[in-house]
Design a binder for this molecule. Structure first.
Ligand code: EPU
Length: 336
């Protein structure tokens, strides 16, 4: 059941070489629960790995890596305007989004082409182009790591925030998600408020876009700006966009009139990519890690990078952004 000394290089999108002492793939909830009982009996530390698209492996894993491979998509409820769809944790996120679109179940199209699995998506409340998973979320089922007992989480239980949920806070490493349910619309409404989408559609001369047009626009924008992990190792946005108080923003705006920012309630969210670009890091390389040429928020593996190379680069960027703007950049990827 366990693989020993398993290579994780093909299991993380940064393509960092690291090994795990043990590794197990599970395809059903029953297998997962069995495995958790063994793990508790042996007192093994556990790392759960979905698509490996948001981690930096800075060392070998001393315990057990569990890869949830539960598959399946089903419609639980079909009403006049809405459906409730359940997907198992091991489903590929992008494929799931395209499947929903093809069935005429709308709401997730702005989240096309995000790497990773369905089970990982709620943990950081994945978001892009004006939509977050919380906007279509219904509920999820997760198994407690300590007891193997399954529990249902509602929208409010998950405490979703910007790239955040209860599974990154109070319940960090406490549960393994097995199934996620979404409430999707059968009405073809589209969300175009993120500037890049409207511009992309206008350029294609599409004036009354359908959800499928939005998905195609998002795919084109992402392919232009973000490196394909199959070709260039990366973990998407490496830092969160920092949210700062209005007073600090006013000072920065005075000094840097072109600063890119978005109102966030009483506060202001800055484009971290812009801040990094201003420090001169965009396109540069340190050791075997680099800053992507087309999007400064994305760190990449220039070939043979180890976790420590990526972290050295990240720390240099954090230091320079702090020195220039007085703003701390928080790492968004999980450092193992
Ligand atoms: N910008 C620059 N230089 C750069 C990059 C960005 O000046 O090198 C400025 C530009 O003005 C640009 C603005 O920043 O218009 C925003 O850039 P972009 O639209 O690429 O979005 P982002 O804020 O850098 C966030 C998410 C992405 C998501 C996009 C689109 C975070 C941490 N990142 O990036 O999510 O795809 O918005 O919604 O919130 C991810 O989480 O892995 C990810 C890729």
């Amino acid at each position: 059941m366990f693989l020993e000394n398993a290579s994780l290089q093909a299991r993380n999108t940064f393509a960092i070489a690291a090994n795990s002492r043990f590794l197990a793939e599970v395809t059903t909830s029953a297998q997962l629960i069995d495995l958790l009982h063994t793990v508790t009996a042996k007192n093994l530390p556990v790392l759960v790995l979905g698509g490996g698209s948001n981690i930096v492996l800075s060392q070998d894993v001393a315990g057990l890596v569990i890869c949830p491979k539960l598959m399946g998509i089903r419609c639980l409820e079909d009403q006049n305007d809405t459906v409730i769809i359940e997907a198992a944790a091991g489903e590929n996120w992008h494929d799931f989004v395209q499947y929903c679109l093809a069935q005429g179940w709308y709401g997730l199209e702005n989240l096309s082409l995000i790497p990773g699995t369905v089970g990982a998506a709620p943990i950081q409340n994945i978001g892009a182009y004006g939509v977050e998973i919380k906007d279509c979320f219904h509920s999820l089922t997760a198994v407690a790591r300590q007891t193997g007992i399954a529990r249902e989480f509602s929208l409010s239980d998950c405490l979703f925030g910007y790239r955040d949920s209860v599974f990154k806070q109070a319940l960090k490493d406490a549960y393994i998600i097995t199934h996620v349910r979404f409430q999707l619309s059968k009405k073809a409404t589209v969300k175009l408020q993120y500037g890049d989408i409207a511009a992309e559609l206008a350029q294609q001369h599409i004036h009354s876009p359908l959800p499928v047009d939005v998905a195609r626009a998002v795919i084109r924008i992402r392919q232009r700006k973000l490196p394909d992990p199959a070709k260039i190792g990366n973990a998407g946005s490496f830092f969160k966009n920092p949210v700062i108080p209005q007073a600090l923003f006013s000072d920065l705006k005075h000094q840097y009139p072109n600063i890119v920012a978005y109102p966030q309630g009483e506060q202001v969210k800055l484009a971290a990519g812009w801040l990094i670009e201003q420090t001169g890091w965009k396109g540069r390389t340190l050791g075997k890690a680099g800053v992507y040429e087309k999007q400064a928020l994305v760190l990449v593996n220039r070939g043979g990078a180890q976790g420590k190379d990526v972290l050295a680069l990240a720390h240099a960027i954090q230091r320079d952004v702090l020195a220039k703007f007085g703003v701390s950049l928080e790492i968004e990827a999980n450092i193992i």
